[in-house]
Design a protein around this ligand. Sequence first.
Ligand SMILES: *[C@@H]1O[C@H](CO)[C@@H](O)[C@H](O)[C@H]1NC(C)=O
Ligand SMILES: *[C@@H]1O[C@H](CO)[C@@H](O)[C@H](O)[C@H]1NC(C)=O
Ligand SMILES: *[C@@H]1O[C@H](CO)[C@@H](O)[C@H](O)[C@H]1NC(C)=O
Ligand SMILES: *[C@@H]1O[C@H](CO)[C@@H](O)[C@H](O)[C@H]1NC(C)=O
Ligand SMILES: *[C@@H]1O[C@H](CO)[C@@H](O)[C@H](O)[C@H]1NC(C)=O
Ligand SMILES: *[C@@H]1O[C@H](CO)[C@@H](O)[C@H](O)[C@H]1NC(C)=O
Ligand SMILES: *[C@@H]1O[C@H](CO)[C@@H](O)[C@H](O)[C@H]1NC(C)=O
Ligand SMILES: *[C@@H]1O[C@H](CO)[C@@H](O)[C@H](O)[C@H]1NC(C)=O
Ligand SMILES: *[C@@H]1O[C@H](CO)[C@@H](O)[C@H](O)[C@H]1NC(C)=O
Ligand SMILES: *[C@@H]1O[C@H](CO)[C@@H](O)[C@H](O)[C@H]1NC(C)=O
Ligand SMILES: *[C@@H]1O[C@H](CO)[C@@H](O)[C@H](O)[C@H]1NC(C)=O
Ligand SMILES: *[C@@H]1O[C@H](CO)[C@@H](O)[C@H](O)[C@H]1NC(C)=O
Length: 825
Amino acid sequence: MAATFSSISLFRRPWLVMFLTLALILHLSMASDSTSCNGSEREALLGLKASFFPPNETIEGVEDLDSWKGLNCCDWEGVECHNTTYHVVGLNLSSLRSNANLQSENFDANLLTPLEQLQYLVLSNNKLGGELPVEEISSLKHLYWLDLSKNSFEGKIPEEIDQLLSLRHLNLSNNQLQGRLPESLGNISSLQFLSLSTNQLQGTIPLSFANLSLLKDLDLEDNQLEGTIPPIFDKLRYLEHLNLSRNDFSGNFSFSMLANHPNLTIVNLSHNNKLVILQTNDTPAFQLVELDLSYSDMSKYDLSVPGFLSNQKTLSKLLLAYSNLSGSIPPWVLGASHNWLYLHGNMFTGQLVLPPTPTDLLKLDLSNNRLSGELPKEYHSFFPHLSEINVSGNVLTGNVASYLHAFQGLDMLDLSVNKISGNLPLELSLNLLFLDLTNNQVTGNLPASITYGNRLRALWLSNNHLTGPLLSENFNLLQLESLRLDGNSFSGTIPKNLFLRIPSLKVLNIRNNNFSGSIPVELEELSNLQVLILRENRFEDGLPVMCMVKRLTILDLSRNNLRESIPPCFQNISSWVQNSGPSLESLNSTRIGTETSYREVVSFTKGNNYDYFGLTLSLMTGIDLSQNQLQGHIPTELGLLKGLIVLNISNNHLTGSIPASFDQLRRIEVLDLSNNKLEGRIPPQLVLLYSLSTFSVANNNLSGVVPNGFQFSTFSESSYHGNPGLCGFMGKPCSTTLPPSEVNEDEEEDSIWEKDNLVLYAVIAMGFIVGFWGVLAFFFLNMKWRTLCFETMDRSISSLSLRGKSRGYSSFSSSGVTSYSVLGK
Ligand SMILES: *[C@@H]1O[C@H](CO)[C@@H](O)[C@H](O)[C@H]1NC(C)=O
Ligand SMILES: *[C@@H]1O[C@H](CO)[C@@H](O)[C@H](O)[C@H]1NC(C)=O
Ligand SMILES: *[C@@H]1O[C@H](CO)[C@@H](O)[C@H](O)[C@H]1NC(C)=O
Ligand SMILES: *[C@@H]1O[C@H](CO)[C@@H](O)[C@H](O)[C@H]1NC(C)=O
Ligand SMILES: *[C@@H]1O[C@H](CO)[C@@H](O)[C@H](O)[C@H]1NC(C)=O
Ligand SMILES: *[C@@H]1O[C@H](CO)[C@@H](O)[C@H](O)[C@H]1NC(C)=O
Ligand SMILES: *[C@@H]1O[C@H](CO)[C@@H](O)[C@H](O)[C@H]1NC(C)=O
Ligand SMILES: *[C@@H]1O[C@H](CO)[C@@H](O)[C@H](O)[C@H]1NC(C)=O
Ligand SMILES: *[C@@H]1O[C@H](CO)[C@@H](O)[C@H](O)[C@H]1NC(C)=O
Ligand SMILES: *[C@@H]1O[C@H](CO)[C@@H](O)[C@H](O)[C@H]1NC(C)=O
Ligand SMILES: *[C@@H]1O[C@H](CO)[C@@H](O)[C@H](O)[C@H]1NC(C)=O
Ligand SMILES: *[C@@H]1O[C@H](CO)[C@@H](O)[C@H](O)[C@H]1NC(C)=O
């Protein structure tokens, strides 16, 4: 009755319906706000926030949890509450403090205590340090997921870890944990995921692990664990992933131990080079997807006996590199994996074999074995999906054309370091990104088939017997970044428009051929060029005025017939002018596909021939113009190349004096000016080149006193010989009376000294501070030489120290300078 009445009266008053509805909504929303978050839990979260982000600091790369304000903490980012009780059950604060410059901070886990209902806690990648807060966390009785990975926790994993009894997922990877694995870990019987990878854990795997019967994922990668792999697997029937790579395990390992594990899919035992993998002939219950036994010891394993491996039908990656395998490769192995098959770095012999039936392999690496013979004719039809093959470092023979024909559709083909011969094919439509034929016996000309109309990024044909000229009409490689034709017998001139057809080039190496004529000015068009090596050819005329090639880091034109003078405009090349070293696109390894990459190697003179590759290459800068017939003066502007590490202009016909501006070459390590016709003094300011390790001015017409101090006291007589007018070095002390002309020169140079005094004083002071022990060493080692010529050897230094107004200062400054170089060695 009453209900009927009220509903009728409500229908008569629609505004009242609206009002009541609004009130209800308002009430509900307020209610949810007030009940949604437990106050003490909210306080705990705010405490946590404050401990993560000290209030005064605003740091880049730090997420500052902006959403953490207001009353409803269940809405805060990374916080999850229970649907009905609104207790905080989940907290995910990963990567909030991931800035590389942040210091790691000890973590106060007591802040978590009020969050009694917490079920999962993720604090990965936050620069947290200190001991593992196991005791504090153990008060969280409902916790089943704990991820403290990628922090700086240190010390041992405490025995009390088994107080975290309900854990299903424990991730402590990427910390600095040490010591043995505690036995008590075996008590956490609910554990399904255990990752302790990338720590410094030692000792053996505890037998108690045999009790972790629910374990699916065991990841102990990258520690210092040792001993045999114990028989813990019997009860671990749910095991799916086993990763024990990069440890020091030894003894025998047999896959029989895992034979009853139907769900096992990934096994990685790689990088345990004392671990002996035994033959297993059981038929295990598992079908693996990935198996990595690289860098283990499979010398007892006989692949020709089809063991458990040949029953694996779902393998997508089979990696057996550098694992002491030998004999011939049984054909079934080539069919054993669907995506990747790595067999490199073993001692396989015999011919390249075909799989029993065509495979769907994508990547095949057979490099660095002892495979011989020719390529089977029908090879490519057995690998219809192959995108990369590497057979480098074998003794393969046969005609290059058949290899190129078989693999023309690939992304990457590495045939280097074999005995492959024959001419490059005239017609072929290659689709390669990367072709390496280095160190073979390939003959003939460079035909359009490999230099025209394709997507090639790197073409390496070094050290073959290729001949003939380069024809620009053959070239059309818009993507080409690296061209290496060094160590062949190519001849003729470089066509003017060649460079226009390879505009993306970063590395050009045509060293040691018979190219002649002048170097085309069109080189300027190669705006990405970083490395140019034209050494050991017969190029003549002038140096190209390539001052627009701004990214050049290595220029080697030595051993040609270049005449004329050195252009003054090198200071336009930014990588040579930067004081801090080149900030380059790195050449360490250039990706040219999803998986493919190639590594650039450049041989460049630094004292001795030295191979720069990868990262070192992108840190190297240098100019080598030696052994030409260059004339004229050394341009003063060369002194502006503050980023230069090697400057070799020896064995030319250069005249004039050594520019005093060379004191600006602050990164220079090799300076070779020998065998020219240079005159005048060696500028005394050169003592400021404290990175210098190789210096020669031998066989010029230089005169006067050689600089002394820093590195200069380490150079021997051979740096200076063949200059009748030079004195003041080990082999030739100066006589006490100097010719009058020299005195005038000195006065001129004093004014130069004036400019540099501040720098010099600073350096001297530094030398003194750094060199206290060096001072002793100096007095001890150099006593004889000092008594011989200290008084007269360098008037500049002593006049400088006289300005310091005391004789004591003099001896201290020059020994300070010298001691620095003693230490610097
Ligand atoms: C918050 O949670 C704690 C523990 O679960 C409980 O003791 C306390 O009464 C709760 N406070 C409120 C305001 O609900
Ligand atoms: C933060 O600022 C307050 C007041 O400005 C100051 O008292 C406190 O020492 C500062 N804390 C830190 C860690 O700098
Ligand atoms: C909470 O909600 C999620 C999804 O909305 C649901 O899967 C879960 O079962 C709920 N939990 C409870 C305790 O109601
Ligand atoms: C935690 O958050 C990160 C980033 O938001 C996410 O990738 C990750 O899956 C989350 N983890 C859990 C256990 O919720
Ligand atoms: C453990 O943490 C690391 C680093 O955060 C992560 O890469 C890995 O996938 C995690 N392992 C498991 C089993 O969750
Ligand atoms: C936990 O493990 C240790 C060592 O393995 C053992 O001594 C102890 O009895 C175990 N504790 C429980 C509660 O199972
Ligand atoms: C496994 O657990 C049982 C019962 O908790 C215990 O008696 C046994 O010692 C444990 N085994 C190992 C190897 O720790
Ligand atoms: C293997 O995995 C399946 C499906 O995930 C599961 O049903 C089965 O219980 C697992 N068996 C074992 C022995 O782990
Ligand atoms: C070890 O292998 C497992 C299984 O593939 C994988 O989940 C884990 O990320 C690997 N660990 C590391 C540190 O790569
Ligand atoms: C196995 O582990 C090594 C190093 O720990 C890693 O480099 C390799 O990629 C892993 N293998 C697979 C198949 O993931
Ligand atoms: C390893 O296995 C080989 C051959 O199967 C056996 O001769 C040798 O005794 C085993 N070594 C150990 C330490 O068990
Ligand atoms: C080159 O090496 C550096 C440092 O090892 C790395 O950070 C960078 O990604 C590498 N570059 C390429 C293109 O692989």
